[in-house]
Design a protein around this ligand. Structure first.
Ligand code: NAP
Length: 290
């Protein structure tokens, strides 16, 4: 019989909260921890054991998910929990933390807890797809030892792509987000141009719809722009973080559009748009119109 692993979710933000909720719905035993406890409290009636400390949450867990904002935070939390991890547990790093931080975590675990399996598993998909278990998991690491992680991934996603040795998926994640970030910038400028030439965002979509340029992601962002609702699916500051991680990982490759986006989105964050969805870059650009 295929027993469900016990899961600990560290980080109950937009994405981690959705993972924990889906696991609870599917009958998993889930332990959670979040720096700001209030963000996990609504899951307690669904069965979540909400711990005061991260190290408490991982005790006895077969699979540990870290879904934290960045590499520095994930490193800090791993250091807090590493000695409390169950022997032979699987540690899945699922945030977008870049290649250097991923390699450093792997090295840290290999040194301190060689019994623990490290799976590099960032995700493609934003808050709403995460809530509906419709994200895609980019996984890498020792798949032959990751059956329990795969059970967990199946419960929170529409699929998994395995990409090789640990670290490969964090590299691919930067590639995917570079595309997403470029698309968002281009879409914002396209809507501004459309408006200048007398068209609405809806009219633009009516022309794109059904054709090869009609990406569902663009439609979701056009709807945000049309509705003026920039409630974060993905915070602009996290997208800016990813743009920087991609640029750093690119080494000496020239990525001029990405470099310009980093400078522009930094200005937008400084102007107060950081906590809004990345589609608010459109709004920021509108404020710059004469
Ligand atoms: N949202 C998306 O569309 C999306 C999609 C794919 C990947 N990602 C990536 O997934 C990760 C999480 O994203 P999210 O959207 O869930 O972000 P979020 O809602 O901002 O959640 C961030 C999480 O990190 C925790 N955190 C931040 N700084 C911390 C610190 N110093 N110590 C302890 N905990 C800390 C937060 O705790 P508090 O609640 O206490 O602040 C929260 O649990 C990021 O790497 C992001 O780039 C996001």
């Amino acid at each position: 019989m295929n027993q469900q692993p016990v899961v600990a979710v560290l980080g109950l933000g937009a994405m981690g909260h959705a993972f924990a909720a889906n696991l609870l719905k599917k009958g998993f035993t889930v332990r959670g921890w979040n720096r700001t406890r209030a963000r996990g409290e609504d899951l307690i009636p669904l069965g979540l054991t909400l711990s005061e400390r991260a190290a408490q949450a991982v005790e006895g867990a077969d699979v540990v998910i870290a879904m934290l904002s960045d590499g520095e935070t994930t490193h800090q939390i791993l250091s807090d929990v590493q000695s409390a991890l169950k022997p032979g547990a699987t540690f899945c790093q699922m945030g977008t933390i870049g290649t250097e931080a991923t390699d450093a975590l792997l090295a840290q675990l290999t040194q301190v807890r060689p019994d623990v399996v490290f799976i590099d598993a960032p995700v493609s998909g934003t808050k709403a797809p995460a809530e509906n278990a419709q994200i895609l998991i980019l996984a890498s690491g020792e798949r032959s030892r990751a059956q329990e992680a795969e059970q967990v991934f199946s419960a929170i996603s529409k699929g998994q792509v395995w990409l090789g040795d640990a670290g490969a998926s964090s590299r691919m994640k930067l590639v995917v987000n570079s595309w997403l970030i470029g698309m968002m910038q281009s879409l914002s400028e396209t809507v501004i141009l459309a408006e200048k030439l007398g068209f609405t965002a809806s009219e633009l979509w009516s022309v794109l719809e059904g054709g090869p340029l009609a990406a569902p992601y663009a439609k979701a962002k056009l709807d945000m722009i049309s509705g003026g609702d920039f409630t974060p699916q993905m915070h602009l500051i996290w997208a800016l973080k990813d743009a920087r991680l991609a640029k750093d990982a690119a080494g000496d490759a020239r990525l001029p559009a990405l470099e310009n986006i980093i400078a522009l989105w930094q200005q937008a964050a400084e102007a107060g748009y950081g906590e809004q969805d990345l589609a608010s870059i459109y709004q920021y650009l509108k404020t710059k119109e004469a």
